[in-house]
Design a protein around this ligand. Structure first.
Ligand code: NDP
Ligand code: 2IT
Length: 452
């Protein structure tokens, strides 16, 4: 660490002492971008690290709503408008009981660099609530979303801040949020992404994060003249990202043997093929059931209560559930069992110890902000279609997503090779590459725009 990075990290730690996830995300970025900070003094002279680690604006508000029995509940709502140097704030909304300011700051901070990597004009933001949609009726979710948007609407807009989904926020929630925004503002505008197809959504947006993550993995494998075809893959989660990631892996001839939820993991050595995946999609998206039911339905599979998938031997692992779901010991188990690639569909699913295990063992490791950027990238394409009042075909959007993931890979690859000393003919440090490539674009824009 240099004097500059040590000083900034110490200050960030003392100012945000109670936000461990945010500190983790900041530490990962700052520790890897040092080479560019040493080479280009303008970043230190302009206090870019001090500025980029402080959200431009943080909004916290009360969300009152009534349940179906008439009982009143109060949740906390948030929007962290982190950085608008290269475009309107852009990033998802998370509804989960664990949500707090520190978690949304880590997600917003990551989003700044991720959005920069997409090549599209989007700043970074994140929001959400500690509301738990599990077990709630559609009417309760609707009332909550309407109350949440009644406050949020004054802070967002198609050219200001464009939220989307994340954990606990899917098509249903985006619909209720959009309806309330439209009612209050009397305007039909691209203020949210992830909309349904018949009212402004984009084809491929639901698939984008999962498909994009597989495209990123393909690009990494290609550097070693390899492919996902025939690979045994472990996947965590069974929500939006996991479902379409499994779909794409199946299409490309891989075999997926696990999926999970917050209660446990199912292991199916025969593979979760297209038919079984269709059943999982119905289970999770329509019946809103638990993954445990899979083991009762498909013989030869088993349910591992309270466990994550990382003890199951695999060639490739795709964490797609949540932050810090892989620690150092899990990462070591993966590598010991022969895992050659980890591509992160979730945000920050691997802790700092785990990342070091991947880097030390020189496996192909695609960090979240590069590997899962396909979701927000297609959100950017949804914004572009909304502005033009046109809809592109499935093939057009998928081709653009494919190219964007290829570009992100190339950009991270080149920046790693330029700045990160540990790269070899075989090994690329994509953590450093993605962080540096994402940082430089935002930091240069901040310098151009003066001290704001
Ligand atoms: P969903 O709500 O659709 O699915 C989340 C899945 O992860 C569920 O299976 C859920 O299980 C599981 N999960 C959630 N929290 C935990 C937890 N604390 N421990 C274990 N499992 C958990 O969300 P998404 O699929 O959209 O999001 C998954 C990840 O991908 C998140 O990290 C998100 O930030 C990231 N991401 C999402 C993008 C998107 O476009 N949606 C884009 C880029 C990244 P359960 O049902 O039990 O809660
Ligand atoms: O983490 C993410 O990139 C998302 N949840 C998607 C954000 C978006 O605006 O589409």
């Amino acid at each position: 660490m240099t004097e500059y990075t040590t000083r900034v990290l110490d200050a960030v730690r003392s100012k945000n002492a109670h936000e461990p996830e945010f500190l983790q995300a900041v530490q990962e970025v700052i520790s890897t971008i040092e080479p560019v900070l040493s080479a280009e003094k303008k970043y230190e002279e302009n206090c870019i690290l001090e500025r980029i680690t402080e959200p431009e604006r943080t909004i916290i508000f009360r969300v009152p709503w009534t349940d179906d029995t008439g009982r009143i509940h109060i949740n906390r709502g948030f929007r962290v408008e982190f950085n608008s140097a290269i475009g309107p704030y852009k990033g998802g909304l998370r509804f989960h009981p664990s949500v707090n300011l520190g978690i949304l700051k880590f997600l917003g901070f990551e989003q700044v660099f991720k959005n920069s990597l997409t090549t599209l004009a989007m700043g970074g933001g994140k929001g959400g609530s500690d509301f738990d949609p599990k077990g709630k009726s559609d009417a309760e979710v609707m009332r909550f979303c309407q109350s949440f948007m009644t406050e949020l609407q004054r802070h967002i807009g198609a050219d200001t801040d464009v939220p989307a989904g994340d954990i606990g926020v899917g098509g249903r929630e985006i619909g209720y949020l959009f309806g309330q925004y439209k009612r209050l503002r009397n305007e039909f505008t691209g203020v949210l992404t992830g909309k349904a197809l018949n009212w402004g959504g984009s084809l491929i947006r639901p698939e984008a994060t999962g498909y994009g993550c597989v495209y990123f993995a393909q690009n990494m494998l290609a550097t070693r003249n390899d492919d996902v075809s025939g690979k045994v893959c472990t996947v965590s989660g069974s929500g939006n990202v996991a479902q379409y990631l499994v779909e794409k892996l199946n299409e490309l001839g891989a075999k997926v043997v696990t999926m999970s939820d917050s209660n446990g993991t199912i292991y199916d050595p025969a593979g979760i093929d297209a038919e079984k995946l269709a059943w999982v999609m119905e289970l999770k998206n329509v019946r809103r059931g638990r993954i445990k039911e899979y083991a009762a339905k498909f013989s030869g599979s088993k349910y591992m209560e309270g466990q994550r998938p990382w003890s199951i031997p695999c060639d490739c692992a795709f964490p797609c559930a949540t932050q810090n779901e892989i620690n150092g010991a899990d990462a070591a188990t993966l590598v010991k069992n022969g895992c050659k690639l980890v591509a992160e569909g979730a945000n920050m699913p691997t802790d700092l110890d785990g990342i070091n295990v991947y880097l030390d063992s020189k496996i192909l490791y695609g960090p979240a902000k590069a590997a899962n950027a396909g979701g927000v990238a297609v959100s950017g394409l949804e914004m572009a279609q909304n502005s033009q009042r046109l809809n592109w075909t499935r093939e057009q959007v998928d081709a653009k997503l494919f190219d964007i993931m290829k570009n992100i890979h190339q950009n991270a690859y080149e920046h790693a090779r330029e700045y990160s000393k540990d790269c070899t003919a075989e090994f690329t440090n994509y953590v450093a590459g993605a962080n540096i490539a994402g940082f430089v674009k935002v930091a240069d824009a901040m310098i151009d725009q003066g001290l704001v």
